[in-house]
Structure formats: C-alpha cells, structure tokens
Ligand binder design. Structure first.
Ligand code: GDP
Length: 425
C-alpha cells in the first residue's frame, strides 16, 4: 500500500506540480487536501503548459481519479474555469470527485481579503487576494458553507445569513462599504451547484476503500513548510496546514496510511509574497537568477508577481524537511545554476546571539544574515542529462553537499520543467 505525500520544503513554488505530474503516472488517485486557488502548480506535458490552481495535478492522466478533499478551500468559479480551459486545450475530461464536506469560498472572502490588504497598506501580508484567510477564519468560526449545502436553498440562505451578520458589520464600519445581502449570491451559487453536482461525493469512503485495497494514492500539498501557520514564518504564512501531517486530516485518510513523504526543494530559493527571506538576492544577481529560473523565469503562477530569489538555504530547508517529516527529497531546478562559476549555499544564520544553524522564530529571522559556503559550479547545460551518473562531478558534489546539510536523502533530481527531465539517484 503506498500513500505518498508530495509537499514543499520551503516557501512554495518548489516544483511540486511537476513532481506530482511525474508520479501520477503510477498512481490511482491524486488528492488536494488544503488551500484553494491561491497557489499555482505549473505542469508542462504533451498537452502544453498549464498552471493549475484548484485541480489536482493528476488531471492529465485518464486512469487517475482526482480528489478535492474536505480540507480544501473550494473556489468554484476558478475550478469551473480550469475545467473549461483543459477541455478547450484538448485534455480529455478528467475524473474528478469533490468531497461533499469541502467548504466553499464565498464572494465575501476575496472581497474582505482585498479590502484588508488595502487597509493594511505597507503592513500587508502579500496575500494573493483569493480570499483564503477570510475563508479559513469563517470555517473555524463555524460560519462556513459546505459544498453539499448548495443543494439545499433554504439551508444555504440561513447559513449565509448568519455569516453576513458579522461580515456586514466589518464591511460597513471597518471598510466603509455597503452591506451585502444574501439574495445577491443565491442565483450564482445555485448555478454553480448545477454544474458541480456531478462531481460531489463521499471522498472519505472512496479513499479509505482505495487505501484498503492497496491502490497507490498521492497527496498533493500546496505552498511549502515555511508557510505553515503553526511552524512557518508566522504571520507571513497561509491559513491552512501545508505539512504532510495535515494531509490525512484534509484528505480524510488514516494518519498511519502515509508511508512516504517526498519533500520538494529547488536547488536555489524562491519566495513569492512578503516575509523574512534570509538568502534573498537583489539587483543584477537577483535579476539573472530570476530570469533563468523555472520554465520561463521566476514569476508567480497565480499572480504573475516576480518571485524573490536567493541561494539555497540549508538552514530553512533542513527545518522544512524536519517539520514535513520528509522521508526523501526531490531537488528541482538544478539546471538553472549552470551559469555560475561558484554557487553559494547558506549553511548558517548570523544573529545577535552568534551564528546559528537552527531555523529561528520570525522576529529573529528578520535580522539574520546568511553565512555562505561556496561550491564549485559545473558551467554547463544539464537539461539533457537523463542519468544521475552522467551529471558532471561538480553537480554531484553540489547534490551531496546539500544532502549532507539537510540530512534527508535526495532521491530525485530534476533538470528541467518537463516530465521527462527527471532522474532517480
Ligand atoms: P509548485 O507550486 O511547487 O508546483 O511550483 P510552481 O509550478 O509554482 O513553480 C515551479 C517552477 O519551476 C515552474 O515554473 C516549473 O515549470 C519549473 N520547474 C519545475 N522543475 C524544474 C526544473 O527542474 N528545472 C527548471 N528549469 N524548471 C523547473
């Protein structure tokens, strides 16, 4: 029985989408268990290039059942749009099932997200403004709406009415906006319900049956360890757990089912949004790495924002792997570093208390300075290399060094954004 969690070891955008797309070839199920349309997984395959926001990354395989678990923030508009795009671009209709318990991102959520970021001004959190923080706030305040409730207009009206009692006070008195009335949403939500109903079901029974019969299941994490609200760079985090530990809860499978936790990390660092980022580069050095990174430069798949970039941060990644409980690591984007004579790797943080190798709390991170060790570059193009033993010695040394720093075996190395540009070690 193999249940694998694919999760990010850093700030997100590590290449989880690509790795999920690769591993989905041997899986029966690909499950999203947290987050919503606020992150994008880039996938390049025979159908073209896609940035998936809501759909699991198994949608390109007809044999894969894609699941949105109870823990996701279901942005119905974004989901229907994505399904339409796949269809227009020649991808066969994917097998998709959405948990009847998944909660719905309501129009008030992106509205409040945006108003709040504007209100905060310079103190904003760099939100993608997809409504994720207000959505999870309402969920845990027991004011949310489960997707199955869209089928029951009277109940829906009642639930939304209760939510708006408090949200309208904020709209009016904090943000100076007109109040919202439940009638404004009912028509659209009823239309959504029509489109969605064929996909709604009991994913918990489905996945538990699949687990019992030993079917391979992939649990696909969104964002990375350092964005976890409990263990990450709070408050510059997201609002659901990005950890493999949260996966069984958000997906609805037993915690002991997960046997493999593959943490994905880039061979350098990238970070979209605000918050402390110790190895951040600026100026020409940053521009060069940003232009060369990813499949066509480091720009956010959801927002198009330029990603902040820096050298590989072993302190952050060791911590990220630890809180993920990583059993193995996939190192992506190694090809990107082929232009460098020397490659710095951050092995410690200089703080007021001296050099530390443990990832500190946010307040200390803000003033930490990176301590680098420089490794020899390989100065060649790796994108065509398909076997580990064919990598140049300097590239293998780089991988060995990173592995010894993070303390988890690097089992997979990726040298390009395409499915085939990946090798086992
Ligand atoms: P995710 O959210 O973790 O799935 O990551 P994103 O898709 O947001 O960002 C990863 C970026 O790296 C995308 O542009 C991918 O196409 C790209 N990518 C993934 N693996 C590789 C690789 O090995 N080399 C290169 N050059 N790009 C890669």
């Amino acid at each position: 029985m193999t249940v694998t969690a694919i999760v990010g070891a850093n700030w997100g955008d590590e290449g989880k989408g690509k790795m999920t797309d690769v591993l989905a070839a041997q899986s029966s199920y690909v499950v999203r268990y947290q987050g919503g349309s606020n992150a994008g997984h880039t996938i390049i395959n025979q159908f073209g290039k896609f940035a998936l926001h809501m759909l699991p990354s198994g949608v390109f395989y007809p044999h894969v059942t894609n699941v949105l678990g109870p823990g996701v923030a279901l942005d119905i508009g974004a989901l229907l749009e994505e399904l339409k795009t796949l269809s227009l671009r020649g991808v066969p209709d994917p097998r998709l099932i959405i948990s009847e318990r998944a909660q719905v991102v309501l129009p008030i959520h992106p509205m409040i997200d945006q108003l709040e970021e504007e209100r905060l001004g310079a103190r904003n959190f760099g939100s993608t403004r997809r409504g994720i923080a207000p959505f999870y706030s309402d969920k845990y305040a027991k004011l949310g709406v489960q997707v199955s409730e869209l089928r029951d207009p009277a109940r829906l009206r009642d639930r939304i009415g209760q939510l708006l009692e408090t949200r309208n006070v904020l709209l009016k008195h904090l943000y100076g906006q007109p109040a919202v009335h439940v009638d404004e949403w009912i028509t659209q939500l009823s239309e959504y319900a029509e489109h969605l109903m064929p996909y709604i079901g009991d994913t918990t029974s489905l996945l538990n049956d699949a687990y019992q019969s030993g079917e391979p299941i992939l649990l696909e994490g969104q964002l990375g360890a350092l964005r976890d609200p409990d263990h990450g760079i709070y408050p510059f985090t997201t609002s659901s757990s990005t950890l493999a530990g949260g996966a069984p809860v958000g997906a609805g499978i037993p915690p002991y089912a997960i046997t493999r936790i593959l943490a994905v990390t880039k061979a350098y660092s990238s970070c979209v949004g605000t918050g402390p980022f110790v190895t951040e580069l600026r100026g020409n050095e940053a521009d060069e790495l940003r232009c060369r990174g990813g499949d066509s430069g480091e720009y956010g798949a959801t927002t198009g924002r330029p990603r902040r970039v820096g050298w590989f941060d072993a302190v952050a990644t060791r911590y990220g792997c630890r809180i993920q409980g990583a059993t193995s690591v996939a190192l992506t984007n190694l090809d990107v570093l082929g232009y460098l004579d020397e490659i710095p790797v951050c092995v410690g943080y200089e703080t007021e208390e001296g050099v530390c190798s443990q990832f500190p709390i946010t307040a200390k991170l803000l003033s930490a300075k990176p301590v680098y060790k420089r490794l020899a570059g390989w100065k060649c193009d790796l994108s065509q290399v398909s076997a580990y033993s064919h990598l140049p010695e300097a590239a293998r040394n780089y991988i060995d060094f990173v592995e010894s720093e993070i303390g988890v075996a690097i089992t997979t190395v990726s040298v390009g954004p395409r499915r085939e540009q990946v090798m086992e070690r």
